[in-house]
Design a binder for this molecule. Sequence first.
Ligand code: GLU
Length: 421
Amino acid sequence: MIDAFMQSPAFAMACQQYDRVADFLNLPQGERARTKVPRRAFIVTIPTRMDDGHTEMFTGYRVQHHLSVGPTKGGLRYHPEVTLGEVAALAMWMSWKCSLCGLPYGGAKGGVTCDPRQMSSGELERMTRRYTQEMIPFIGPHIDVMAPDLGTNEQVMAWMMDTYSMHVGNPVPQIVTGKPVALGGSAGRREATGRGVAYLVNRTLENLKMPSEGSRIVVQGFGNVGSVAAQQLHRFGAKVVAVSDYTGGFYNPQGLDVNALIDYAATHKHFGELKGVGDRITNEQLLELECDVLIPAALERQITEKNIRKLKCRVLAEAANGPTTYEADEILRQNPAIFLIPDILCNAGGVIVSYFEWVQDLQSFFWTEAEVNDKLYRQLETALHQVLQFSKKHNLYMRDAALALGISKIAHAKQLRGLFP
Ligand code: GLU
Protein backbone atom coordinates (compact mmCIF):
# COMPACT_ATOMS: atom_id res chain seq x y z
CA MET A 1 0.00 0.00 0.00
CA ILE A 2 2.82 2.38 0.90
CA ASP A 3 4.04 2.49 -2.74
CA ALA A 4 0.72 4.00 -3.82
CA PHE A 5 1.14 6.84 -1.32
CA MET A 6 4.81 7.46 -1.96
CA GLN A 7 4.27 9.36 -5.21
CA SER A 8 2.99 12.21 -3.09
CA PRO A 9 5.63 14.65 -1.81
CA ALA A 10 3.43 15.30 1.24
CA PHE A 11 3.42 11.61 2.17
CA ALA A 12 7.19 11.28 1.68
CA MET A 13 7.57 14.33 3.92
CA ALA A 14 5.32 12.89 6.67
CA CYS A 15 7.41 9.68 6.56
CA GLN A 16 10.70 11.59 6.80
CA GLN A 17 9.39 13.48 9.83
CA TYR A 18 8.29 10.22 11.39
CA ASP A 19 11.57 8.39 10.73
CA ARG A 20 13.63 11.15 12.32
CA VAL A 21 11.51 11.09 15.49
CA ALA A 22 11.39 7.27 15.60
CA ASP A 23 15.22 7.35 15.64
CA PHE A 24 15.19 9.85 18.50
CA LEU A 25 12.67 7.74 20.43
CA ASN A 26 14.67 4.64 19.66
CA LEU A 27 11.48 2.81 18.70
CA PRO A 28 12.15 -0.90 18.17
CA GLN A 29 12.44 -1.63 14.43
CA GLY A 30 9.52 -4.06 14.62
CA GLU A 31 7.20 -1.36 15.96
CA ARG A 32 8.13 1.33 13.45
CA ALA A 33 6.25 0.38 10.31
CA ARG A 34 3.29 -0.70 12.41
CA THR A 35 2.94 2.77 13.89
CA LYS A 36 3.74 4.62 10.66
CA VAL A 37 1.84 2.95 7.81
CA PRO A 38 -1.88 3.78 7.44
CA ARG A 39 -4.18 0.91 8.27
CA ARG A 40 -6.95 1.42 5.71
CA ALA A 41 -7.29 3.39 2.48
CA PHE A 42 -10.39 3.64 0.33
CA ILE A 43 -10.77 4.96 -3.20
CA VAL A 44 -14.28 5.50 -4.53
CA THR A 45 -15.81 6.73 -7.74
CA ILE A 46 -18.52 9.34 -7.28
CA PRO A 47 -20.79 9.63 -10.31
CA THR A 48 -22.45 13.04 -10.02
CA ARG A 49 -25.19 14.55 -12.17
CA MET A 50 -24.05 18.04 -13.14
CA ASP A 51 -26.39 20.97 -13.80
CA ASP A 52 -25.97 20.67 -17.59
CA GLY A 53 -27.22 17.08 -17.47
CA HIS A 54 -23.95 15.18 -17.95
CA THR A 55 -22.52 12.80 -15.38
CA GLU A 56 -19.11 13.63 -13.96
CA MET A 57 -17.05 10.86 -12.37
CA PHE A 58 -15.19 12.30 -9.38
CA THR A 59 -12.63 10.33 -7.40
CA GLY A 60 -12.84 10.30 -3.62
CA TYR A 61 -10.51 9.02 -0.92
CA ARG A 62 -10.49 8.22 2.76
CA VAL A 63 -7.45 7.06 4.72
CA GLN A 64 -7.81 5.77 8.29
CA HIS A 65 -4.37 5.85 9.82
CA HIS A 66 -4.60 3.98 13.11
CA LEU A 67 -7.37 2.30 15.05
CA SER A 68 -5.68 1.58 18.37
CA VAL A 69 -7.38 3.95 20.82
CA GLY A 70 -10.77 4.91 19.39
CA PRO A 71 -12.53 5.86 16.17
CA THR A 72 -10.56 7.64 13.48
CA LYS A 73 -11.10 11.38 13.10
CA GLY A 74 -10.30 13.97 10.52
CA GLY A 75 -11.49 16.33 7.85
CA LEU A 76 -12.78 15.94 4.32
CA ARG A 77 -11.12 18.13 1.70
CA TYR A 78 -12.46 19.28 -1.70
CA HIS A 79 -9.62 20.53 -3.90
CA PRO A 80 -8.47 20.00 -7.52
CA GLU A 81 -5.08 18.62 -6.40
CA VAL A 82 -6.25 16.06 -3.83
CA THR A 83 -4.45 12.72 -4.20
CA LEU A 84 -4.46 9.48 -2.22
CA GLY A 85 -0.91 10.16 -0.98
CA GLU A 86 -1.73 13.66 0.20
CA VAL A 87 -4.74 12.37 2.09
CA ALA A 88 -2.57 9.64 3.66
CA ALA A 89 -0.05 12.24 4.85
CA LEU A 90 -2.82 14.37 6.32
CA ALA A 91 -4.23 11.27 8.07
CA MET A 92 -0.82 10.60 9.66
CA TRP A 93 -0.58 14.18 10.90
CA MET A 94 -4.11 13.87 12.35
CA SER A 95 -2.94 10.83 14.35
CA TRP A 96 0.01 12.65 15.91
CA LYS A 97 -2.18 15.73 16.54
CA CYS A 98 -4.97 13.81 18.32
CA SER A 99 -2.44 11.85 20.34
CA LEU A 100 -0.49 14.97 21.35
CA CYS A 101 -3.71 16.61 22.57
CA GLY A 102 -4.91 13.54 24.46
CA LEU A 103 -7.95 12.89 22.23
CA PRO A 104 -9.18 9.28 22.05
CA TYR A 105 -8.91 9.08 18.26
CA GLY A 106 -6.72 7.76 15.51
CA GLY A 107 -6.14 10.07 12.56
CA ALA A 108 -7.99 10.02 9.25
CA LYS A 109 -8.46 12.29 6.27
CA GLY A 110 -10.68 12.24 3.21
CA GLY A 111 -10.73 14.11 -0.03
CA VAL A 112 -12.46 14.48 -3.37
CA THR A 113 -10.51 15.69 -6.39
CA CYS A 114 -12.78 18.48 -7.60
CA ASP A 115 -12.90 22.26 -7.81
CA PRO A 116 -15.67 23.35 -5.44
CA ARG A 117 -15.32 26.97 -6.61
CA GLN A 118 -16.51 25.94 -10.06
CA MET A 119 -19.45 23.86 -8.82
CA SER A 120 -23.01 24.92 -8.01
CA SER A 121 -24.55 24.21 -4.65
CA GLY A 122 -26.71 21.49 -6.20
CA GLU A 123 -23.66 19.78 -7.75
CA LEU A 124 -21.79 19.94 -4.45
CA GLU A 125 -24.77 18.49 -2.61
CA ARG A 126 -25.18 15.57 -5.04
CA MET A 127 -21.44 14.81 -4.98
CA THR A 128 -21.31 15.00 -1.18
CA ARG A 129 -24.30 12.72 -0.74
CA ARG A 130 -22.91 10.14 -3.17
CA TYR A 131 -19.47 10.23 -1.51
CA THR A 132 -21.14 9.69 1.88
CA GLN A 133 -23.20 6.82 0.46
CA GLU A 134 -20.04 5.18 -0.92
CA MET A 135 -18.37 5.58 2.51
CA ILE A 136 -21.24 4.15 4.57
CA PRO A 137 -19.63 0.68 5.05
CA PHE A 138 -16.49 2.31 6.44
CA ILE A 139 -17.72 5.14 8.70
CA GLY A 140 -19.76 5.43 11.91
CA PRO A 141 -19.76 7.40 15.18
CA HIS A 142 -17.47 4.73 16.69
CA ILE A 143 -15.58 3.91 13.48
CA ASP A 144 -14.63 7.09 11.63
CA VAL A 145 -15.96 10.63 12.11
CA MET A 146 -15.44 13.29 9.42
CA ALA A 147 -15.25 17.09 9.74
CA PRO A 148 -14.68 20.11 7.50
CA ASP A 149 -11.29 20.83 5.93
CA LEU A 150 -10.14 22.85 2.92
CA GLY A 151 -13.08 23.43 0.52
CA THR A 152 -15.75 21.96 2.80
CA ASN A 153 -17.92 23.62 5.45
CA GLU A 154 -20.89 23.28 7.80
CA GLN A 155 -23.30 22.81 4.89
CA VAL A 156 -21.29 19.88 3.52
CA MET A 157 -21.33 18.30 6.99
CA ALA A 158 -25.12 18.83 7.18
CA TRP A 159 -25.58 16.91 3.88
CA MET A 160 -23.34 14.12 5.16
CA MET A 161 -25.24 13.90 8.43
CA ASP A 162 -28.55 13.81 6.56
CA THR A 163 -27.38 11.12 4.10
CA TYR A 164 -26.09 8.87 6.88
CA SER A 165 -29.18 9.47 9.04
CA MET A 166 -31.55 8.63 6.17
CA HIS A 167 -29.64 5.38 5.70
CA VAL A 168 -29.86 4.42 9.38
CA GLY A 169 -33.45 5.64 9.79
CA ASN A 170 -32.93 8.07 12.65
CA PRO A 171 -30.88 11.24 13.23
CA VAL A 172 -27.21 10.48 13.93
CA PRO A 173 -25.59 13.88 14.57
CA GLN A 174 -22.42 12.24 15.96
CA ILE A 175 -21.49 10.88 12.51
CA VAL A 176 -19.73 14.17 11.65
CA THR A 177 -18.44 17.21 13.51
CA GLY A 178 -18.32 20.82 12.36
CA LYS A 179 -22.05 20.72 11.48
CA PRO A 180 -24.44 23.62 11.97
CA VAL A 181 -25.41 24.19 15.63
CA ALA A 182 -29.06 23.63 14.64
CA LEU A 183 -28.19 19.99 13.79
CA GLY A 184 -26.18 19.20 16.91
CA GLY A 185 -23.03 21.13 16.08
CA SER A 186 -21.01 22.63 18.90
CA ALA A 187 -21.02 26.29 19.79
CA GLY A 188 -17.60 27.66 18.86
CA ARG A 189 -16.56 24.83 16.50
CA ARG A 190 -16.40 27.02 13.39
CA GLU A 191 -14.06 29.49 15.08
CA ALA A 192 -12.09 26.88 17.06
CA THR A 193 -9.05 26.37 14.81
CA GLY A 194 -8.45 30.10 14.30
CA ARG A 195 -9.11 30.81 17.98
CA GLY A 196 -6.58 28.15 18.94
CA VAL A 197 -3.97 29.62 16.58
CA ALA A 198 -4.48 33.10 18.09
CA TYR A 199 -4.28 31.71 21.63
CA LEU A 200 -0.99 29.91 20.95
CA VAL A 201 0.47 32.94 19.15
CA ASN A 202 -0.35 35.16 22.13
CA ARG A 203 1.10 32.65 24.61
CA THR A 204 4.26 32.38 22.51
CA LEU A 205 4.70 36.16 22.28
CA GLU A 206 4.28 36.26 26.04
CA ASN A 207 6.98 33.58 26.49
CA LEU A 208 9.29 35.48 24.16
CA LYS A 209 8.59 38.66 26.12
CA MET A 210 7.20 40.38 23.04
CA PRO A 211 4.06 42.53 23.43
CA SER A 212 1.08 41.20 21.45
CA GLU A 213 -0.34 44.73 21.35
CA GLY A 214 0.86 46.22 18.06
CA SER A 215 2.70 43.06 16.92
CA ARG A 216 2.78 42.72 13.14
CA ILE A 217 0.91 39.69 11.82
CA VAL A 218 1.00 38.25 8.29
CA VAL A 219 -1.55 35.60 7.29
CA GLN A 220 -1.42 33.45 4.15
CA GLY A 221 -4.89 32.09 3.37
CA PHE A 222 -8.19 33.71 4.33
CA GLY A 223 -10.44 30.69 4.71
CA ASN A 224 -12.09 29.65 7.94
CA VAL A 225 -8.77 29.28 9.79
CA GLY A 226 -6.78 32.27 8.49
CA SER A 227 -9.66 34.76 8.73
CA VAL A 228 -10.64 33.82 12.30
CA ALA A 229 -7.00 33.79 13.48
CA ALA A 230 -6.52 37.28 11.95
CA GLN A 231 -9.76 38.53 13.49
CA GLN A 232 -8.89 37.23 16.96
CA LEU A 233 -5.38 38.68 16.90
CA HIS A 234 -6.74 42.00 15.61
CA ARG A 235 -9.20 41.99 18.51
CA PHE A 236 -6.33 41.46 20.98
CA GLY A 237 -4.62 44.58 19.60
CA ALA A 238 -2.21 43.08 17.07
CA LYS A 239 -1.73 44.73 13.69
CA VAL A 240 -2.58 42.44 10.78
CA VAL A 241 -0.36 43.92 8.07
CA ALA A 242 -0.93 41.40 5.27
CA VAL A 243 -3.42 38.72 4.25
CA SER A 244 -3.96 36.75 1.06
CA ASP A 245 -6.14 34.20 -0.66
CA TYR A 246 -5.39 32.09 -3.73
CA THR A 247 -5.51 35.19 -5.96
CA GLY A 248 -2.80 36.99 -3.95
CA GLY A 249 -2.92 39.47 -1.11
CA PHE A 250 -2.50 42.93 0.34
CA TYR A 251 0.15 44.60 2.44
CA ASN A 252 -0.53 47.66 4.54
CA PRO A 253 2.09 48.50 7.20
CA GLN A 254 -0.54 50.61 9.07
CA GLY A 255 -2.66 47.47 9.55
CA LEU A 256 -5.63 46.13 7.59
CA ASP A 257 -9.28 46.38 8.59
CA VAL A 258 -9.75 42.65 9.18
CA ASN A 259 -13.49 42.84 9.87
CA ALA A 260 -14.09 44.68 6.60
CA LEU A 261 -12.08 42.00 4.77
CA ILE A 262 -14.16 39.26 6.41
CA ASP A 263 -17.36 41.02 5.30
CA TYR A 264 -15.93 41.34 1.79
CA ALA A 265 -14.94 37.66 1.69
CA ALA A 266 -18.45 36.63 2.77
CA THR A 267 -20.02 38.23 -0.31
CA HIS A 268 -17.25 37.86 -2.92
CA LYS A 269 -15.58 34.65 -3.97
CA HIS A 270 -12.04 36.02 -3.75
CA PHE A 271 -9.89 39.15 -3.29
CA GLY A 272 -9.17 39.35 -7.04
CA GLU A 273 -11.11 42.58 -7.65
CA LEU A 274 -10.68 44.25 -4.27
CA LYS A 275 -8.91 47.62 -4.39
CA GLY A 276 -7.73 50.34 -2.05
CA VAL A 277 -6.86 48.35 1.07
CA GLY A 278 -3.09 48.14 0.59
CA ASP A 279 -0.34 47.20 -1.84
CA ARG A 280 -1.15 44.21 -4.03
CA ILE A 281 1.36 41.37 -3.36
CA THR A 282 1.75 37.78 -4.46
CA ASN A 283 1.60 34.86 -2.07
CA GLU A 284 5.37 34.44 -2.46
CA GLN A 285 6.02 38.08 -1.55
CA LEU A 286 3.72 37.79 1.43
CA LEU A 287 5.79 34.99 2.98
CA GLU A 288 8.92 37.15 2.82
CA LEU A 289 7.47 40.24 4.55
CA GLU A 290 9.09 41.55 7.69
CA CYS A 291 6.76 40.79 10.62
CA ASP A 292 6.55 39.43 14.15
CA VAL A 293 4.29 36.48 13.35
CA LEU A 294 3.87 34.67 10.04
CA ILE A 295 0.82 32.42 9.85
CA PRO A 296 0.65 30.10 6.83
CA ALA A 297 -3.02 29.06 6.83
CA ALA A 298 -3.43 27.70 3.31
CA LEU A 299 -2.05 24.57 1.63
CA GLU A 300 0.84 22.31 2.60
CA ARG A 301 4.39 22.79 1.28
CA GLN A 302 4.39 26.59 0.92
CA ILE A 303 7.65 27.23 2.80
CA THR A 304 10.41 25.56 0.84
CA GLU A 305 14.18 25.44 0.41
CA LYS A 306 13.77 28.41 -1.96
CA ASN A 307 12.10 30.87 0.42
CA ILE A 308 12.95 29.64 3.93
CA ARG A 309 16.07 31.82 4.14
CA LYS A 310 14.03 34.86 3.14
CA LEU A 311 11.55 34.62 6.00
CA LYS A 312 11.69 37.67 8.26
CA CYS A 313 9.37 36.68 11.09
CA ARG A 314 10.12 36.01 14.76
CA VAL A 315 7.34 33.40 15.16
CA LEU A 316 6.18 30.93 12.53
CA ALA A 317 2.71 29.70 13.48
CA GLU A 318 1.72 26.79 11.24
CA ALA A 319 -2.06 27.05 11.00
CA ALA A 320 -2.10 24.88 7.85
CA ASN A 321 -1.16 21.21 7.92
CA GLY A 322 2.37 20.57 6.64
CA PRO A 323 3.12 24.09 5.30
CA THR A 324 6.91 23.64 5.65
CA THR A 325 8.75 21.09 3.50
CA TYR A 326 11.21 18.68 5.10
CA GLU A 327 14.12 20.38 3.32
CA ALA A 328 13.04 23.82 4.53
CA ASP A 329 12.59 22.39 8.00
CA GLU A 330 16.22 21.21 8.01
CA ILE A 331 17.24 24.87 7.59
CA LEU A 332 14.63 26.24 9.98
CA ARG A 333 15.75 23.97 12.82
CA GLN A 334 19.22 25.58 12.66
CA ASN A 335 17.78 29.08 12.92
CA PRO A 336 17.14 30.21 16.52
CA ALA A 337 15.86 33.58 15.27
CA ILE A 338 12.54 31.96 14.27
CA PHE A 339 10.40 30.24 16.89
CA LEU A 340 8.16 27.52 15.47
CA ILE A 341 4.67 26.60 16.65
CA PRO A 342 4.38 23.31 14.73
CA ASP A 343 1.20 22.45 12.82
CA ILE A 344 0.05 19.52 14.94
CA LEU A 345 -0.04 21.86 17.94
CA CYS A 346 -0.86 25.16 16.24
CA ASN A 347 -4.04 24.08 14.45
CA ALA A 348 -5.22 21.49 17.00
CA GLY A 349 -8.05 23.74 18.24
CA GLY A 350 -10.30 22.48 15.44
CA VAL A 351 -10.13 18.82 16.27
CA ILE A 352 -10.22 19.53 20.02
CA VAL A 353 -13.61 21.22 19.63
CA SER A 354 -14.65 18.47 17.19
CA TYR A 355 -14.01 16.08 20.07
CA PHE A 356 -16.18 18.26 22.33
CA GLU A 357 -18.91 18.22 19.65
CA TRP A 358 -18.81 14.43 19.41
CA VAL A 359 -18.98 14.06 23.21
CA GLN A 360 -21.94 16.51 23.37
CA ASP A 361 -23.76 14.62 20.60
CA LEU A 362 -23.18 11.23 22.24
CA GLN A 363 -24.62 12.58 25.50
CA SER A 364 -27.25 14.89 23.94
CA PHE A 365 -26.06 17.44 26.47
CA PHE A 366 -24.83 20.75 25.09
CA TRP A 367 -22.38 23.30 26.42
CA THR A 368 -22.29 27.07 26.11
CA GLU A 369 -19.70 28.76 23.89
CA ALA A 370 -17.96 30.07 27.03
CA GLU A 371 -17.64 26.49 28.37
CA VAL A 372 -16.32 25.27 25.01
CA ASN A 373 -13.72 28.04 24.78
CA ASP A 374 -12.61 27.59 28.36
CA LYS A 375 -12.08 23.85 27.85
CA LEU A 376 -10.37 24.50 24.49
CA TYR A 377 -7.84 26.90 26.00
CA ARG A 378 -7.13 24.54 28.91
CA GLN A 379 -6.47 21.64 26.56
CA LEU A 380 -4.23 23.76 24.30
CA GLU A 381 -2.36 25.11 27.32
CA THR A 382 -1.62 21.58 28.51
CA ALA A 383 -0.38 20.52 25.07
CA LEU A 384 1.75 23.67 24.69
CA HIS A 385 3.23 23.19 28.16
CA GLN A 386 4.09 19.55 27.44
CA VAL A 387 5.77 20.37 24.13
CA LEU A 388 7.78 23.24 25.64
CA GLN A 389 8.89 21.09 28.58
CA PHE A 390 9.85 18.14 26.37
CA SER A 391 11.69 20.40 23.95
CA LYS A 392 13.64 21.98 26.82
CA LYS A 393 14.41 18.70 28.56
CA HIS A 394 15.76 16.99 25.45
CA ASN A 395 17.05 20.10 23.72
CA LEU A 396 14.74 19.32 20.81
CA TYR A 397 13.33 21.41 17.98
CA MET A 398 9.64 22.23 18.62
CA ARG A 399 8.37 20.10 15.73
CA ASP A 400 10.32 17.06 16.87
CA ALA A 401 9.14 17.54 20.46
CA ALA A 402 5.48 17.71 19.40
CA LEU A 403 5.82 14.70 17.08
CA ALA A 404 7.76 12.69 19.67
CA LEU A 405 5.00 13.18 22.24
CA GLY A 406 2.27 12.26 19.74
CA ILE A 407 4.06 9.28 18.21
CA SER A 408 5.33 7.74 21.46
CA LYS A 409 1.84 7.55 22.97
CA ILE A 410 0.52 5.68 19.92
CA ALA A 411 3.50 3.30 19.84
CA HIS A 412 2.90 2.60 23.53
CA ALA A 413 -0.83 1.95 23.01
CA LYS A 414 -0.05 -0.46 20.19
CA GLN A 415 2.49 -2.28 22.34
CA LEU A 416 -0.04 -2.65 25.17
CA ARG A 417 -2.72 -4.01 22.85
CA GLY A 418 -0.30 -6.50 21.29
CA LEU A 419 -0.61 -8.00 17.85
CA PHE A 420 -3.83 -9.79 16.84
CA PRO A 421 -4.04 -12.77 16.43
N1 GLU B 1 -9.62 19.38 9.27
C1 GLU B 1 -9.22 19.78 10.58
C2 GLU B 1 -7.78 19.40 10.86
O1 GLU B 1 -6.99 19.23 9.95
C3 GLU B 1 -10.19 19.32 11.66
C4 GLU B 1 -10.40 17.86 11.76
C5 GLU B 1 -11.53 17.48 12.72
O2 GLU B 1 -12.07 18.36 13.35
O3 GLU B 1 -11.80 16.29 12.82
O4 GLU B 1 -7.34 19.32 11.98
